[in-house]
Design a protein around this ligand. Structure first.
Ligand SMILES: *Cc1c(COP(=O)(O)O)cnc(C)c1O
Length: 368
């Protein structure tokens, strides 16, 4: 079958396999040395991540959602306190906030960015604000340095949900260094995979102790609340094998990004502007439709077998969802941004022929 632009259609895979040659060896080691969340291999995985990122503490947890909840356990709050977050993030970030009895306050993003708008952030901060959560989407850095500077002292900590942004940099610095606490997901569809899993990072010794305690039933002392959010040994074994190949994995994604960008010449879209000093991680290529509704581009690309995350979630500001309607705050930049975008896969399993197919399809796009 030949489609309307005369290119034989293909189906591009949404994610990659993540397998490494060391997976089986580390899984075998886990079988020999312990499978619980307090097993040696979990600590080794945490140390490997701490070394890669140059942070003091990593706490491995059972999911990205667990990582958001655990990150919030490192913050002082009372029930009903407010967490400022952009309505452009996945609902996965907001549900853990709700589940703790906290209230999301939706702050608009700056134009053409997933970073919080400075003016709107000022008007969102109040007496009950206990934390700000920034979510750099699809691996593109926000400006956490600017957001941090707007927060009063350390009373309101900045948390970054970096589920999409493993190894994303700003001014040659890994993003976790810009916030008090960061959380990550290692779900199978994320940058690196342990099947299910996540981790939290902080340089603050006291916060790290609280977070770790929270993930272990409050260390069973009966003095503080906690549940069991620990990552198991088998997942940690995969994490350890794969964390040692994070940088080559990043390089493969960045190479794919370069290959696509040098071939895309269609003025109907552009790459989303990158924050000055920022270096995306190649989690996905974010394209922004110029002068028309981005859903046309999403539909076109999906019609040619190129998956788009935006297509999957029909991205709308979160306050349009029934569960979150009570937290509605009009965020025009957020709504416009989500309606202008599509994502294109860049994962390491893509061959050059597939990248060139993607480029040809996108170059043939006419908004009509
Ligand atoms: C995927 C994701 C989560 C949830 O991670 P899970 O591992 O699926 O629980 C949280 N926040 C963001 C930004 C995500 O992309």
């Amino acid at each position: 079958m030949i489609n309307n632009v005369g290119i034989a259609p293909r189906q591009i895979a949404e994610t990659c396999s993540h397998d490494t040659p060391d997976d089986i060896a580390q899984l075998s080691r886990a079988l020999l040395t312990g499978l619980s969340g307090t097993a040696r291999i979990v600590a080794d995985y945490e140390t490997a991540l701490a070394t890669t990122y140059g942070v003091r503490h990593v706490i491995a947890v059972s999911s990205g959602a667990a990582a958001v909840a655990a990150a919030l356990s490192g913050v002082n709050w009372r029930s009903g306190d407010e967490v400022i977050v952009a309505p452009t993030c996945p609902i996965c970030t907001v549900l853990p906030i709700l589940s703790l009895g906290l209230r999301p306050v939706f702050c608009d993003v700056a134009a053409d960015s997933f970073g919080l708008d400075e003016t709107d952030l000022r008007s969102c901060i109040g007496e009950r604000t206990c934390a700000v959560v920034e979510v750099p989407m699809w691996g593109y850095p926000n400006r956490p340095d600017r957001t941090r500077a707007l927060l009063p002292g350390t009373r309101i900590p900045l948390i970054q949900d970096l589920a999409h942004a493993h190894l994303t940099r700003l001014n040659e610095t890994w993003l976790p260094h810009y916030s008090e606490i960061s959380c990550f997901s290692t779900h199978d569809c994320k940058f690196i995979s342990t099947g299910e899993g996540g981790f939290v990072m902080t340089d603050d010794d006291a916060r790290a102790e609280r977070i770790r305690g929270y993930t272990r039933f409050g260390n069973l002392t009966g003095e503080s609340v906690g549940i069991n959010l620990k990552l198991g040994g088998l997942q940690a074994a995969l994490g350890l094998a794969r964390s040692r190949r994070l940088v080559p994995h990043l390089d493969a994604r960045l190479r794919n990004r370069e290959r696509l960008l040098t071939r895309l010449v269609n003025p109907a879209f552009r790459e989303l502007p990158i924050a000055p000093g920022g270096m995306p991680n190649g989690y996905a290529l974010l394209l922004q439709a110029v002068g028309h509704d981005g859903r046309r581009l999403v539909d076109y690309q999906r019609g040619h077998g190129i998956p788009s995350d935006i297509g999957k979630y029909d991205n709308r500001p979160l306050y349009e969802l029934p569960l979150l309607a009570a937290y509605r705050r009009t965020c025009p930049n957020a709504a416009n941004l989500l309606r202008s975008l599509t994502t294109v896969p860049l994962h390491p399993d893509l061959g050059d022929d597939e990248l060139d197919y993607i480029a040809r399809v996108l170059n043939d796009y006419v908004p009509a």
